[in-house]
Write a protein that binds this ligand. Sequence first.
Ligand code: AMP
Ligand code: MG
Length: 398
Amino acid sequence: MIRVSEAQEILLKFSKKGPTERIPFENCLNRMLAENIFADRDAPPFDRVAMDGIAIQSDQLQIRQQFVIEDIQAAGQEQKSLNNPENCLEVMTGAVLPAHTDCVIPYEKLTIKNGVARLISTDHKAFQNTHKKGIDAKKGEQLLSSGTWIHPGVKGVLATTGHTEVEVAQLPKVMICSTGDELVPIQNTPLPHQIRRSNVYMLQAALKDLNIEAHTTHLPDDKEQLNASIGKLLEEYDLLMFSGAVSKGKYDFLPDVFEELGIQIHIHGVKQKPGKPFLFGTKSTKSIFGFPGNPSSTLVCFHLYFKCWFNHYLGNSPKSNYAYLNKEVTFKKPLTNHLLIKSSFEDGKILAEPVINSGSGDLVHLALADGFLSLPPEKDTFKKGELFPITYFHQTGL
Ligand code: AMP
Ligand code: MG
């Protein structure tokens, strides 16, 4: 059996960078930018007033403390001009700095009476509270590069540069398939021997965090039906994600069915807990992920393997995060132990507190964890204060 890192290397070998597409600006949040973005004008585009107050000529600060208000320069008005250097103009944040002024004194630092502004402090200097034209970027300068994840701030830059359409990495068309004759739809009241098919919704939610709207279906533990249904799904979808039926049980038919359908299985079994029977295969351009059915196995494998594949598909190379184990743990098997944890932040460190659970079938405690630490197979005692890779379950974006 292979190690976690070997499985990830194989995944990278068989995943290709995907195509790009042009989409409306409204839909670009949480997508991967696939073009470089340039400033269409200077940023800011004019000398901008950065606080509400008065604008003066800074030379006058040596001579006087009070200024007659000539006029108001509001945001959205064309540039006005200070006629008499001994006077001032009231100015509003976002307005163009009036001609013949170079200093903005905020309302908090003055009093106004009978049309005259009087300074209540003297510590003012030229260019204060002004935002110089082009200081952030010059027209034509590159602001964003292809391969940037579009978070709200990035979306703001796309808006300010007038991008009504954006080139982004295409998302794969994904079908999530639950398997297992014990599963019923969530709106049903299960019989004593049945359970609701929760994994499908967990995977759908995890994909939604990545902006992928996946479809779902259910397949019975029946070889012929599996064969017929998966054959059709392979034609329609780029990526199939299965939960269950990849282990050693009598009804775990997926590995056989995949081979019958000409799917090449590249990974089946990883030295890890949970998720040992994890499977990954391909058929021409299609990718197939088989997650073991226990909820923790499904979610852990999604984060370790699907996200590894997806990052490569988008052309992204994420950095690993690390956290300090906050309680000693022993684990004697020669497997990577993906330990459920709750993280916290203390003295500049991320601490990971193990979440006690009864195993990979324990969905109740999975929900209390916010991720897992991957403890390597070489050791069996992991001390408090040691640093290990952490993966978070919920993190919108990559
Ligand atoms: P399997 O991998 O098919 O052997 O399933 C392992 C365990 O996971 C069994 O207890 C299944 O009932 C459970 N399981 C499989 N699929 C799901 C699902 N979609 N939702 C919740 N539990 C599941
Ligand atoms: Mg099953």
